[in-house]
Design a protein around this ligand. Structure first.
Ligand code: ZN
Ligand code: ZN
Length: 167
């Protein structure tokens, strides 16, 4: 739990940093297979504004995920730099648990799809080869097929083909 005692926050605010077990993230709801590879590290600054608690700072966790495109295992650093938590009318007589807010902040910066790299080439649809690592032969024939398609796509080519039929 990431807890703060509002009664202890001085004029300068209170610095709060440490690590939490990444199990708190609960990544099971994500469609991709994702597991934490490090603890959640947080570095926060808490201050009081009247009766309200303001917490700013950052949190990060290293994740191990399958690439959404090539399914290869890849590391992803999930980091939230501009956490801003605002709790109105903070009860001063008890510890306040910031864990849920930190979790939400981190999960909100989760990308829709984690990829091993921006230009991941993915898998060959015919033979399943990982095209980041190897060049398969079906890719070659597919390329040639695409080329022929492109040249045959123009109207001119279509008409000339018709002409050829007529003659
Ligand atoms: Zn990939
Ligand atoms: Zn292939």
């Amino acid at each position: 739990m990431i807890r703060i005692n509002p009664a202890n926050i001085g004029m300068e605010g209170e610095h709060l940093s440490g690590e939490e077990d990444a199990a708190l993230l609960d990544l099971s709801t994500f469609p991709q297979k994702i597991a934490p590879k490090s603890a959640v590290k947080y570095d926060l600054h808490a201050s009081l504004a009247g009766k309200d608690l303001i917490v700013t700072g950052s949190a990060k966790v290293l994740l191990l995920s399958e690439c959404a495109v090539c399914l290869d295992e890849t590391e992803y650093l999930l980091a939230k730099k501009d956490i801003c938590i605002h709790v109105e009318n903070i009860p001063m007589d008890n510890f306040y648990d910031l864990t849920d807010e930190v979790r939400e902040n981190l999960l909100l910066s989760m990308p829709m799809r984690i990829k091993c790299k921006e230009d991941c080439k993915g898998l060959c649809l015919s033979c399943g080869a990982n095209l980041n690592k190897e060049k398969c032969t079906c890719k070659k024939s597919r390329k040639t097929a695409v080329k022929t398609e492109n040249t045959a796509n123009g109207e001119k080519t279509d008409w000339s083909a018709l002409d050829q039929l007529k003659f």
